[in-house]
Design a protein around this ligand. Structure first.
Ligand code: GAR
Length: 205
């Protein structure tokens, strides 16, 4: 079993898609060990609780400075012995220490076709506002590994989505979630679970 932790800041529709894929058996070999948020009010935590997944909050508000928060975040995650950390709308800059502790073990979903509309300042609706302002006809979503930069790690999966006349950022965001994000994030987790399984079978041979 690939032990997965999901980090969230908001509504958690991507988390819900992962839960649904695991519960329905559409993805296999994956166990959801913890959902962690920086925001105690995140509805995503409620979604986790409803499905019996431990839901924890580590908020920067509870720590004197960023370093103390970063240490608490890392310490909390360590307790779950995770193989993979999934950033599903986690709007916190991942501390360097955490990237070093989990090399190629952290993935992120970003709501555009990287390298367009990504990097510092591009998150949530801002991404779709920028895409519409530029007038692109196609946008989409990307799942990538997390490295020390912002949205710069190796790309795992991408899916394109049409931009339509009259789209608002909200309408485009929803279409990209429905047609791309909710599919490629569980698919990427499955790919990684399959790779790990193959690697451990090869080791045991
Ligand atoms: C998603 O659209 C995700 O791609 C985006 O935040 C949203 C979270 O929605 N992430 C980023 O912008 C990261 N840079 P959700 O809480 O409903 O899954």
């Amino acid at each position: 079993m690939l032990r997965v932790g999901v980090l969230v800041s908001g509504g958690g529709t991507n988390l819900q898609s992962i839960i649904d894929h695991v519960e329905s058996g559409k993805i296999t070999g994956v166990s959801l060990e913890v959902v962690l948020s920086n925001n105690a009010g995140a509805y995503a935590l409620e979604r986790a609780r409803k499905h019996g997944i431990p839901a924890v909050c580590v908020s920067p508000k509870d720590y004197p400075d960023r370093e103390a928060f970063n240490d608490a975040l890392l310490e909390t995650l360590e307790a779950y012995h995770l193989d993979l950390i999934v950033l599903a709308g986690f709007l916190v800059v991942i501390p360097k220490k955490m990237v070093e502790r989990y090399p190629n073990q952290i993935i992120n979903i970003h709501p555009s076709l990287i390298p367009s509309f990504c990097g510092t300042g591009y998150y949530g609706l801002k991404v779709h506002e920028a895409a519409l302002a530029r007038g692109v006809k196609v946008s989409g979503a990307t799942v990538h590994y997390v490295d020390a930069g912002t949205d710069t790690g190796p790309i795992i999966l991408q899916k394109a989505v049409e931009v339509k006349d009259g789209d608002t950022p909200e309408i485009l965001q929803r279409r990209i979630m429905e047609e791309a994000e909710w599919q490629i994030l569980p698919q990427a987790i499955q790919l990684i679970a399959d790779e790990r399984k193959k690697a451990s079978e090869a080791e045991n041979r």
